[in-house]
Design a protein around this ligand. Structure first.
Ligand SMILES: NC(=O)c1ccc[n+]([C@@H]2O[C@H](COP(=O)([O-])OP(=O)(O)OC[C@H]3O[C@@H](n4cnc5c(N)ncnc54)[C@H](OP(=O)(O)O)[C@@H]3O)[C@@H](O)[C@H]2O)c1
Length: 243
């Protein structure tokens, strides 16, 4: 039986990915801060799910909990990293920026490198992480979110190159979504959202990309067009966009 850990499985993409993995025969370690959500998922299929509640901002606890999950699962084949946060911060309130950086940079790097080192010592495995097309350019209203997603994109690329150079059996899969309908957005936003992908379609495509061991996958696929346009869009014009 294959074994996976999903970091950030209490809601949204991570929760659905954990369910898909369990349905496909994985034993899955699930994490997040909301213990009650983890308990509910565990109760839905106690054979498939084990869980630990922790905050990825706490680096020592995160390492200890991931270690415990790996022991409980009897090894690890796949890590899916889905934890993430980001909020509008036009005022550049530092506490808000700091909170995003601690989750999307410190927590991300700590969990991913811990598992990378585990895979180095145990014959390999796969790390899949959810970034965002937001990571391709800057945004004045979400400076920390866009920047930390950019960090994640380059960090995963660095690990992929490292794994190849060191001839390790570690596959890195970067899942790069556009907009995914994980919440009832009618409650938070009136305007329709451009090219929104349903959670079901998005997570199906993510799992297919993981199984194919793709290096970078836009979710949904057509977001590759936006990704290319964002990369080549002239800076002066980008700066003039009505964010
Ligand atoms: N939805 C989209 O349109 C979209 C688009 C592009 C990229 N993404 C990325 O996809 C990932 C998942 O997002 P989502 O839409 O599924 O959001 P979500 O429903 O809010 O899920 C976020 C997950 O991250 C966990 N998390 C957040 N902060 C944490 C912390 N400090 N410690 C531990 N766990 C933490 C949450 O668990 P707890 O709250 O229980 O801790 C939750 O399980 C994120 O990285 C996001 O940036 C989403």
């Amino acid at each position: 039986m294959k074994r996976a850990i999903v970091i950030g499985a209490t809601s949204g993409i991570g929760k659905r990915m954990a369910e898909i993995l369990a349905a496909d025969g994985y034993r899955v370690g699930i994490t997040g801060r909301r213990k009650v959500n983890l308990e509910k998922i565990h109760q839905s299929n106690p054979q498939a799910f084990v869980f630990r509640a922790f905050d990825v901002q706490d680096v020592d606890t995160s390492q200890r909990m991931i270690h415990e999950l790996i022991e409980e699962l009897g090894g690890l084949d796949l890590l899916v990293y889905s934890s993430g946060n980001g909020e509008m911060n036009k005022e550049l309130d530092f506490d808000k920026e700091h909170n995003i950086i601690k989750t999307n940079v410190i927590g991300f790097t700590n969990c991913i490198t811990f598992v990378y080192r585990y895979f180095m010592q145990h014959g390999g495995g796969q790390i899949a992480a959810i970034t965002s097309v937001s990571g391709l350019r800057g945004n004045p209203e979400y400076a920390a979110y866009f920047s930390t997603k950019g960090y994640q994109i380059l960090y995963l690329e660095s690990l992929r190159i490292k794994s190849k150079k060191d001839k390790l059996n570690i596959q890195i899969t970067e899942l790069r979504p556009g907009f995914i309908n994980t919440i009832d957005r009618s409650k938070v936003q009136d305007a329709p959202i451009f090219w929104m992908t349903s959670l079901e379609k998005a997570t199906r495509q993510m799992y297919r990309s993981i199984k194919r061991k793709e290096e970078v996958a836009y979710i949904s696929r057509r977001w590759v067009i936006i990704g290319i346009l964002m990369k080549i869009f002239p800076r002066r014009l980008w700066d003039m966009l009505p964010f």
